[in-house]
Design a protein around this ligand. Structure first.
Ligand code: GLU
Length: 414
């Protein structure tokens, strides 16, 4: 049978297995296998050449039994309804794993921001908010950044929502610039969360982080901050990549130089001649491999050739179910996306709390609170995986889905 590369159906399969292991019946799976709400919108945008282009956008709300839904909005040519649905389910899992009072949500617009001007992006961002405004809000569903969206886009979106709401509404969206009620540390939160998971995982398998050889696929928000944190910590980042190729130096790459040269979409390899392919990068001899780019990168085709001792997923969905099993059987410790990348939504929650109370924390306070959440979550999931002798992905799904299932039961939905 061909391997399942469909993110939505493969996510459903793991959710089903997790619910079964927790002792829930089929009715609970029926409730949680799809988002409760999915809005598809058409957004007309006046382009700079004065033509009008109509974009398709989505907002999925997986389940709001625990609290308002929460999750980013991605601007990418590959956005589809199924991808947004799967991503909203992952947000439920992430919020459950780090114990935030939210359910999962996700949004997206099918577009290519790399080919749009700032003016076009602003009109698209505002148009998206107008289109979904009825179902979002600070106590309903709280958007945030995701692939190819950033603090500036959050600022436009908040401004548009504040006009519709006729109120200054900082708690409508997270990942804002600091002057508009953003939180200290939000921009680096995902990478900080991944770094914490890497350090915890390294302790478990006995890898000394000083001099540890790390390969990072992707040099976007998560990948670039991560490379910086790990090299500052004394690890040797021997490989990085972007959408066009990869760089490899067994003696360690000069991360500060690469950070200086990357563009805002994370492209840097086009400046070099001796590049290798993304596939070759994944199979490099290293201690820690971090897929921080896109989906379905480690599959049954290459899982047997992965040489890392630990794989930590900073991207959403980089390893297929089949590859997850192969890595587990080979004794490679895989820290799944829903745990490793939960740092972003955790600091988004801190941002929302600060907006609600109108009192702001220092960077140290944010970092300390994030550290505790991530370490607790890692330990919990690692223990569930070892005691039940299952892989960490299934353990993470069990921990992540449990609260939403319990809350749905208490509310009498199932
Ligand atoms: N887009 C990020 C994620 O996938 C962050 C979501 C948020 O901050 O709400 O986890």
């Amino acid at each position: 049978m061909a391997e399942n590369l469909n993110l939505f159906t493969s996510t459903q399969a793991v959710v089903q297995e997790a619910l079964q292991k927790l002792g829930y019946d089929e009715a609970m799976y029926e409730l949680l296998k799809e988002p409760l709400r999915m809005l598809e919108v058409r957004i007309p945008v006046r382009m700079d050449d004065n033509t009008v282009k109509v974009f398709t956008g989505y907002r999925a709300q997986h389940n709001d039994a625990v609290g308002p839904t929460k999750g980013g909005v991605r601007f990418h040519p590959g956005v589809t309804d199924e991808e947004v649905k799967a991503l909203s389910m992952w947000m439920t899992l992430k919020c459950g794993i780090v114990d935030l009072p939210y359910g999962g949500g996700k949004g997206g617009v099918t577009c290519d921001p790399r080919e749009m001007s700032m003016g076009e992006l602003e009109r698209l961002s505002r148009g998206y908010v107008r289109a979904v405004s009825q179902i979002v809000g600070p106590t309903k569903d709280i958007p945030a950044p995701d692939v190819f969206t950033n603090a500036q886009i959050m600022a436009w979106m908040m401004d548009e929502y504040s006009r519709i709401d006729e109120f200054n509404s900082p708690g409508f969206i997270t990942g804002k610039p600091l002057v508009l009620g953003g939180s200290q540390g939000r921009d680096r939160a995902t990478a900080q969360g991944v770094t914490i998971c890497i350090n915890e995982a390294a302790k478990k398998v006995g890898i000394d982080m000083t001099g540890a050889r790390v390969v990072i696929q992707g040099f976007g928000n998560a990948g670039s901050f991560l490379a910086k944190f790990l090299s500052d910590q004394g690890a040797k980042v021997i490989g990085i990549s972007d959408a066009y190729g990869a760089l490899h130096d067994p003696n360690g790459l000069d991360i500060d130089y690469l950070l200086d040269r990357r563009d805002s979409f994370g492209t840097v390899t086009t400046l070099f001649e001796n590049t290798i392919s993304n596939q070759e990068l994944l199979e490099l001899d290293c201690d820690i491999l971090v897929p921080a780019a896109i989906e379905n990168q480690i599959t049954s085709d290459n899982a047997h050739n992965i040489k890392a001792t630990i794989v930590v997923e900073a991207a959403n969905g980089p390893t297929t179910s089949e590859a997850t099993k192969i890595l587990h059987d080979r004794g490679i410790l895989l820290v799944p996306d829903v745990l490793a990348s939960a740092g972003g939504v955790t600091v988004s929650y801190f941002e929302w709390v600060q907006n609600n109370q109108g009192y702001y924390w220092t960077e140290e306070e944010v970092s300390e609170k994030l550290h505790k959440k991530m370490v607790d979550a890692f330990e919990n999931i690692y223990n569930v995986a070892s005691t039940r002798n299952i892989n960490m992905r299934l353990a993470a799904y069990m921990v992540g889905v449990r609260r939403t299932a319990e809350a749905s039961r208490f509310r009498g939905w199932v």
